[in-house]
Design a protein around this ligand. Sequence first.
Ligand code: NZQ
Ligand code: ZN
Length: 389
Amino acid sequence: MENFVHSIPTELYFGKGQISKLGDALNRFGKRVLLTYGGGSIKKMGLYDEVMKILSEGGFTVVECDGIEPNPRIESVIKGVKLCKENNIDVVLSVGGGSTLDCSKAIACGVYFEGDDLWKMVKSEWKLKKALPLVDILTLSATGSEFDGAGVISNMATDEKIGAMFTYPAVSICDPTYTFSVSKYQTAAGSADIMSHIMEGYFSRTDDCDISDGIAETVLKTVIKNLPLALREPDNYTARGNLMMASSVACSGIPEYGKQGTGWPCHGLEHELSAFYDITHGVGLAILTPRWMRHILKKDASTTGRFVRFAKNVWGLSGGSEEVLALKGIYALESFFKESGIASNLTELNITEEYFGKMADHLEAEADLKNAYVPLTKEDIIEIYKACL
Ligand code: NZQ
Ligand code: ZN
């Protein structure tokens, strides 16, 4: 069991009607608000009007920064920082999914960045001295960005997608009813992301963290139980609520406390796919993860015990040799993603092997895959990508 520090400064208000805390949350920081959002889903679902009413009644001055893309771009960060500086903003309010929130984190930090190239801030993991306070209303259960300090920003000009530590939200409002309108596709992709956040830490060399592994298995089983329900009944509060809680816990670091770091290999592999092909994060993860699992199981037989535990404790499987049981668990995961409607290979997304070499070079330079659960070489990376075609 490794040492760890627990520090999550975010106040998280969970449940129906928690938007009633919004005015008070913002008032702690000032009256001038940068409202950030994406391509318009918050308008369609009526949340934009609800937020604007609260802001208007509370006497806030609102500047809008809209159009933040899924896989948010550095250009949106630049736009938001400019708006903050020009309008003397006190607090950023993000309303949307992980992309809007990640971009808002980068904006909040970018206001104080001592330099003119904000892409350098993203790439250098600039050690932050200061950031604007950030409040968010979450509308999609997936990234856990509502409960962590990380953000992921893309630069399509250089085919790069970089994750960095920016700033924690001061307040996150997580009302599952705001996720009723999320499409089946995004619900499934978000759930795959939640599961991946758990599996990235679960497959580690540390075997004696009963609390962390127990939480991890519970989160996985929660998604396995509630995703099909949410897909069948989009307005099912219990299903949406459990997925939302799973999202926040999964990326909080808690399920990895005491465990040796793994470098999150599937996230590294996926970020390259998104950088080159702008695909949905969770879809890439769902395609990659079972292939990565089979690859490392074959490469290093000492991983068999962990895969057997995964098969038994997460999927309730039993019987057969250890090797067979390990593979059955991976198959169960793959089938689960398929049944939830996610594309099952990269060919379906029109991706060919053209850039696999380049992606592997990027990945070797950017990610910590030498310290992964099973270290990955460039050849391993290319082989995993090819298995996804
Ligand atoms: O842009 P709008 O119109 O809002 O539509 C969005 C978008 O098209 C839509 N949507 C969101 N809430 C909705 C809704 N549609 C209907 N009803 C609602 N309630 O869903 C689409 C996807 O939204 P997005 O924010 O991109 O999804 P997600 O939350 O999955 O975020 C993905 C991004 O987060 C990064 C990913 O790499 C990706 O860039 N990640 C962030 C992490 C973090 N901060 O810790 C960790 C993750 O591993 C991940 O890398
Ligand atoms: Zn993720």
